[in-house]
Design a protein around this ligand. Structure first.
Ligand SMILES: [Zn+2]
Length: 350
């Protein structure tokens, strides 16, 4: 009976000092506030809201294209016209922001499709900007979907990412995205000084009002597997451990975030989310007041989907619990493939 007799606070022997011998002085019973749904809602600390969600969209060339990603049921590669319909659904559900990833038909060694004004992402940005003036448009700013080798930058003669050439190209990409109507550009390649290079290029091009969502602490994670399926961006050789963060490090995440903020980042990010919630908390505590984003990545999504499809867990309960955990850890915003479902579930719970 220990659960009902004593739950912290003073020991029961403290009743000796009470005027009424039947009243337990200071007998804290934390269960009192868990008794009803109303009480639980009243004292809830972390709250998940539809405004917290950012929906990723994969944009490709063509028309009426909608291909489901095999490892990510419910996620599609879509042409600009179809992306417009999905964005309409998102807006109707209360989602305020989308992040666009491009899947070009043609790739080359320097990823030149990434800054093509007629590229799928640029066309999608223009179409969405016109149709949804209030929707926050975020563009992924990286080369890995556009290079034929699948790396996040241009390679040098040793097949290593050539830093300075890559920064020049990323700057062009960001400006083309800003030209097309992006509110935020999101350099995601963990190339040193990419935020500063993009900031300078945006300012030079007259895009002082366009912000930067920095992938500050992006880990070299195996949880990205299904995304590479979606974006067809797996490295043809080698991996990204030479520039993404070592999963064993968390102090380094603070250095990355600090550097990005010094270079002009407006939002910072920890990616992936679930296996890195301690990093989220650390970054939150170190940079109070800076909008903190987490990316609930493709592998996290695929695990839940696969288990739910087998009837091994409840998708809705697990997703709401995981996303609430991200908020509790200190995230302000969550990029998630579950966004449309979550928006519906939150509405149903009201
Ligand atoms: Zn990349």
């Amino acid at each position: 009976m220990s659960d009902s007799r004593y739950e912290g606070g003073w020991p029961l022997s403290a009743r000796a000092g009470a005027t009424d011998p039947d009243v337990e002085v200071g007998a804290t019973r934390l269960r009192r506030l868990r008794r009803t749904a109303g009480l639980r809602a009243l004292v809830r600390e972390a709250r998940l809201a539809v405004e917290d969600l950012i929906l990723p969209l994969f944009v490709t060339d063509g028309e009426s294209v909608s291909e489901e990603v095999p490892s990510m049921p419910g996620v599609f590669r879509e042409s600009v016209d179809v992306v417009g319909e999905r964005a309409a659904t998102a807006v109707a559900a209360g989602v305020r922001a989308v992040v666009l990833f491009g899947i070009p038909a043609v790739k080359d060694s320097v990823g030149s499709g990434s800054y093509d004004p007629e590229g799928a992402v640029q066309r999608a940005l223009r179409a969405l900007r016109e149709r949804f003036p209030d929707l926050v448009l975020i563009a992924d700013t990286c080369l890995c979907e556009y290079t034929d080798h699948g790396h996040c930058g241009v390679l040098d003669s040793r097949a290593d990412v050539d830093h300075d050439t890559t920064l020049d190209i990323l700057a062009r990409v960001a400006v083309s995205q800003a030209d097309s109507g992006a509110d935020l550009v999101a350099p995601s390649g963990m190339i040193d000084r990419q935020v500063g290079a993009v900031r300078a290029a945006l300012d030079r091009a007259g895009h002082q009002r366009v912000g930067i969502m920095a992938y500050s602490a992006k880990y070299a994670s195996a949880f990205y597997g299904p995304f590479r399926d979606a974006a067809q961006g797996a490295p043809a050789f080698g991996d990204r451990r030479g520039h993404q963060m070592d999963p064993a490090n968390s102090g380094e995440a603070l250095r990355e975030a600090r550097q990005d903020l010094d270079e002009g980042a407006d939002l910072i990010m920890v990616k992936p989310a679930l296996a890195y919630l301690d990093v989220v908390r650390k970054v939150r505590d170190a940079f109070e007041g800076v909008p903190l984003v987490v990316y609930n990545v493709s592998g996290e999504y695929a695990m839940v989907k696969a288990a739910a499809a087998s009837g091994w867990l409840s998708e809705r309960s697990v997703v709401l619990e995981a996303l609430t955990g991200m908020k509790r850890a200190g995230a302000d915003l969550i990029i998630t493939y579950h966004a449309l479902d979550v928006a519906r579930w939150l509405r149903e719970e009201k």
